[in-house]
Design a protein around this ligand. Structure first.
Ligand SMILES: Cc1cc2nc3c(=O)[nH]c(=O)nc-3n(C[C@H](O)[C@H](O)[C@H](O)COP(=O)(O)OP(=O)(O)OC[C@H]3O[C@@H](n4cnc5c(N)ncnc54)[C@H](O)[C@@H]3O)c2cc1C
Length: 484
């Protein structure tokens, strides 16, 4: 089949029968029509349609090596630096459409599956069939243009003990039965972004398992359809308030739901299992297979589009009310320019210094991407601050679309005009600023950028422990010993 259209994606979503809990309701049919998911599902449908649009098709697709159909370019196994650039072009094409606000476009999980599909040798340390299973699953996902989410984290009941020790091991999703034909899973995981509008759930190894026999039941990797019996999603309340694209320009399009995944005796068939037991191996699931590198390449590419958007928005705001000549405003715009340029430089450096791994996959330089993923969660927190600082009371002197189209229009034309914009134009721009810096949607976006790829504190620790600081320390010691 290859690339799907938006309508094919929506039809499949509406035909699925998941168990999605939201605001006291269980949604188990026509998920794409529910008010909390309808609009973001349409934004995802637009991404699927872009693959068929002659304007974007060359960037977004390549020819499947097995079927000859066009498939998404994020499934391309990179063998050369050119392939990595090709992948980046596809990722940035989608990212620029949503200005980086869709964190879970299919290319995110596709990148992970692509790398994992090449790691047969690594998987065979546990069992060669796991390598086969993940390769088959990758090919199936590629040929059917599947949209997947994933869930990695044990419930947040008590972080002073490991996930497997919480409530005597009863909270975290674990293997409770091993059968001839598969396994049975019981417990919970968090968090699964876009869970209600995805086709599949990837349940991959939890962060840092203890290498003890007690952690074996918590050590696994598998994939299941979103409407697998016994799988329940507990959603938060939507951050989209039902307003128009004028009043909620971002939330009305890009509000990606997050959900806790509850597994109530969920059966996983053998062919969907990619790892079983082996906590030590599970701890290397991302670093040893190349999945971490290709996923981070996607993340950094997406976040460049978001940094560019905030640079553009800040510049538009500054011009609209004539503050662009003030020095502290220019200082902040310069900060955003620096962020854009650092992001671009890091992703290109990761490609320039890419190396082939043992499986012949061209992986972008990990230490460079690791720097990017440690840097961005923190600088992204500044973006809404800068927008609030530029906009000030303009974020509150802000009537809605209905007012712009009412008798109040004359007042809006007169008193809300900007230096370079009419009143209604200025209102529209500041509505965007509000949704990017003050709304619930914007708060979630900041939280997302800070945490979604892992806890920055522990990522920093991992970086310090893995970075080779020997040569620079030796230089300091050599300098101390110099007598000249
Ligand atoms: C909007 C959003 C979307 C997300 N989407 C997904 C998703 O789709 N799939 C998925 O799997 N995950 C997702 N996540 C989860 C994300 O991976 C976690 O938020 C992240 O790994 C941090 O874990 P936690 O939230 O459990 O925080 P916790 O681990 O509970 O941390 C809470 C605080 O305690 C500190 N802390 C806790 N333990 C330690 C420790 N051992 N050492 C030092 N400090 C510690 C942390 O630094 C932090 O400040 C999402 C998160 C957010 C916010």
């Amino acid at each position: 089949m290859g690339i799907r259209t938006g309508q094919q994606y929506l039809d499949k979503l509406n035909a699925m029968t998941p168990h999605v809990v939201i605001d006291g309701e269980v949604v188990s049919e026509k998920v794409a029509e529910h008010p909390a998911f309808r609009n973001v599902a349409r934004s995802y449908a637009r991404l699927f349609d872009m693959q068929h649009d002659p304007k974007y098709q060359e960037a977004l697709t390549y020819t499947s090596p097995t079927s000859g159909d066009l498939v998404n370019a994020s499934f391309l196994v990179p063998k050369t630096v050119e392939d990595l650039k090709r992948r980046r072009r596809a990722i940035s094409t989608w990212a620029e459409y949503s200005n980086g606000f869709l964190g879970r476009s299919g290319d995110y999980m596709n990148s992970s599956l692509t790398a994992l599909s090449t790691a047969g040798k690594w998987f065979s340390q546990a069992d060669p069939k796991f390598g086969e299973n993940i390769r088959n699953y990758y090919e199936w996902a590629r040929e059917n243009d599947i949209l997947a989410t994933h869930t990695l984290i044990p419930p947040q009941a008590n972080r002073s003990v490991s996930g497997s020790e919480q409530l005597g091991g009863q909270l975290s999703a674990r293997i409770v039965e091993e059968r001839e034909d598969g396994i049975v899973i019981q417990g919970a995981r968090m968090l699964a972004t876009i869970a209600p509008i995805a086709d599949e759930l990837l349940v991959f190894p939890s962060t840092v398992l203890r290498g003890t026999p007690e952690d074996a039941p918590y050590s696994y990797a598998f994939a299941i359809p979103n409407d697998t019996p016994g799988l329940r999603y507990l959603c938060r309340t939507s951050l989209y308030n039902g307003g128009s694209t004028h009043d909620e320009p971002l939330a009305s399009r890009y509000e990606e739901m997050d959900a806790v995944a509850v597994f109530d005796h969920v059966f996983v068939p053998s062919e969907r299992i990619f790892m079983l037991g082996n906590p030590q191996l599970c701890n290397g699931f991302y670093s040893e297979t190349g999945a971490g590198a290709l996923m981070t390449h996607q993340v950094v590419t997406r976040t460049i589009a978001k940094s560019e958007f905030f640079l553009g928005l800040a510049s538009e705001l500054a011009d609209s009310i004539g503050i662009d000549g003030f020095q502290h405003i220019q200082e902040d715009i310069a900060e955003l320019i620096v962020d854009v340029e650092i992001g671009r430089a890091l992703v290109r450096a990761s490609e320039a210094d890419a190396e082939l791994n043992d499986a012949g996959v061209m992986l972008p330089k990990w230490s460079t991407l690791n720097a990017a993923r440690n840097w961005y969660p923190k600088v992204a927190q500044r973006f809404p601050q800068i927008i609030r600082k530029f906009s000030a009371s303009g974020l509150m002197a802000l009537p809605g679309e209905a007012d712009v189209n009412s008798d109040a229009r004359a007042d809006i034309e007169m008193y809300l005009q900007g230096k370079s914009l009419t009143g209604p134009e200025r209102v529209r721009l500041f509505k965007l600023a509000f949704d990017a810096s003050v709304s619930g949607f914007s708060g979630r976006q900041s939280l997302y950028e800070y945490f979604f790829f892992g806890d920055p504190v522990r990522m920093a620790g991992a970086m310090v422990n893995s970075y080779d600081r020997g040569p620079v320390r030796a230089r300091v010691r050599e300098f101390l010993n110099r007598t000249d």
